[in-house]
Design a protein around this ligand. Structure first.
Ligand code: HEM
Length: 451
């Protein structure tokens, strides 16, 4: 009897071994080069053991193979991934041959997580196309221009908050991410719902807490393939309630506003969209306008704090214009645009689309690399070597909103305060081992001094 068990177990073991071997041959039989995978971690052992972020494992593979091939293959556990090491190939995949590569690689259980599951980011094929087309009209120039006063009001609240916290003209140290998220929470809530989130009023503002709950739910769902419910009930109910209350209030009081919700209400009336569809759209807009842009603002301030000359150059550009920066002017300021793009190049909030090393002194913050005589930002985007918003038909939907939300905050902070990096912030902090977004392992603490 014992012998039968022994042989049966040995057989099962050999079959599993053969299956694994076969999976790990996926690239070699197609003559695609790459590092040799080792069971069970594949090629990402360090990140699997929590020693470093996955992006650094992928970066090591990229550096090892970028000179040898246009693409290379690697494994995360048993899952095969193709890494494009050349910008032409990247363009081919995300723009020219988009139809073959149009779906993202996420699992979501739409029944268990109806709100986060409705984001175009997670949807596939025709449903993706339909849901994307429903949100696109919220981001036209006319809509964004009419939302701009809400953003200006947010920058005023931001400057007032920092001023209140600085006592007697002295320098005060702030957690840069906390300050920038208060601002993005304030501006995205008013841009979608027309509601004042009071993000600068309390130590632990409620909308801020709900926003964090939403981000955690989404990040957990992206990191794992197990289709459990990820969004806590209280967060889900919160977004459902504020959306429905805002709609009811507007309908009962016949309020017409040019904001995101007004577009969604008219769409709801036109195509008979369900309540959960409309709340899902609001959650999509809230999530991205809350977290990604906040990460960019805090990284931009950190880099400006480290590079005094760049900060001063930007301040002079801002001072040479009207105090009330118009929508058009904000988007036109060339050095502000260079600082914005250089921050996105070095610290993309979603790191996986953008680790393209093409640049000289790639690790340094040099906004001048985008000077017009070098071809400007446009040239780098055309070559597909600057793609923090992705590119092609799946490009970020909120890109233009992000431009105004981020640039307005940087401009007003640099106008009013001198920013320096506090000594408690380590030099060159890395992305935390377990983070999905570009969140550093140490807080970026910055000193703000009133000018
Ligand atoms: C600086 C800030 C932002 C960055 C760097 C960023 C970056 C990205 C990236 C890389 C993608 C994936 C593109 C692809 O798959 O090719 C994406 C998708 C998306 N973004 Fe953003 N984003 C930002 C802000 C925003 C904002 C403010 C909103 C809305 C208010 C937004 C809404 C979306 C949506 C809806 C998608 C899914 C598009 C689709 O799959 O069709 N993003 N974003």
């Amino acid at each position: 009897m014992f012998l039968i068990y022994f042989w049966a177990l040995l057989l099962i073991f050999l079959i599993i071994l053969l299956i694994i071997k076969n999976i790990y041959r996926k690239f070699t039989i197609r003559e695609i080069i790459g590092p040799i995978p080792k069971f069970p971690f594949g090629n990402t052992r360090k990140s699997a053991l929590g020693e470093q972020n996955l992006i650094y494992d992928v970066d090591d593979i990229y550096c090892q193979f970028k000179e040898k091939s246009l693409v290379c293959g690697f494994f995360v556990f048993l899952r095969p991934y193709l890494l494009a090491t050349n910008s032409e190939v990247i363009k081919e995949i995300i723009v020219k041959e988009f139809k073959k590569f149009r779906n993202n690689d996420f699992a979501v259980n739409l029944n268990k997580d109806p709100l986060i599951g409705r984001s175009p980011f997670r949807l596939k094929n025709e449903t993706w196309k339909l849901k994307r087309s429903e949100i696109i009209p919220t981001m036209t120039q006319i809509k964004l221009k009419s939302i701009y006063p809400l953003i200006r009001n947010g920058t005023k609240n931001l400057v007032d908050y920092i001023n209140r916290e600085i006592i007697n003209d002295e320098c005060k140290v702030f957690d840069a991410r906390n300050v920038s998220t208060r601002y993005t929470c304030d501006t995205i809530t008013s841009s979608i719902f027309g509601i004042d989130a009071q993000s600068f009023e309390a130590d632990d503002p409620f909308y801020f807490k709900m926003g964090e709950g939403l981000v955690n739910g989404v990040v957990n769902s992206v990191k794992s393939w197990l289709p459990f419910k990820r969004l806590p009930h209280d967060v889900e109910s919160f977004f459902y309630d504020i959306t429905m209350t805002a709609i009811k209030f507007r309908q009962e009081n016949q309020i017409e506003r040019e904001d995101f919700l007004s577009h969604l209400i008219s769409l709801k009336n036109k195509i008979n969209m369900s309540d959960v569809d409309i709340v899902g759209h609001c959650v999509t807009l809230f999530l991205d306008g809350f977290e990604t842009t906040s990460l960019v603002i805090h990284h931009a301030l950190y880099e400006l704090g480290r590079h005094k000359e760049a900060q001063q150059k930007l301040r002079e550009e801002i001072y040479s214009n009207d105090k009330e920066l118009s929508y058009e002017k904000l988007l036109e300021l060339p050095y502000l645009d260079q600082v914005f793009n250089e921050t996105l190049r070095l610290h993309p909030p979603i790191p996986f689309t953008t680790r393209v090393y093409y640049y000289t002194s790639a690790e340094s913050f040099i906004p001048e690399r985008f000077n017009l005589e070098n071809g400007g930002v446009k040239l780098f985007k055309e070559r597909c070597v600057l793609i923090p918003f992705g590119d092609g038909p799946r490009q970020c939907l909120g890109m233009k909103f992000a431009y105004i939300q981020v640039k307005a905050a940087i401009a007003e902070i640099v106008r009013n305060f001198e920013v320096t990096v506090d000594k408690s912030t380590p030099a060159n902090p890395k992305i935390g081992p377990k983070e999905y977004l570009n969140v550093t392992d140490h807080k970026l603490m910055l000193n703000f001094k009133r000018i």
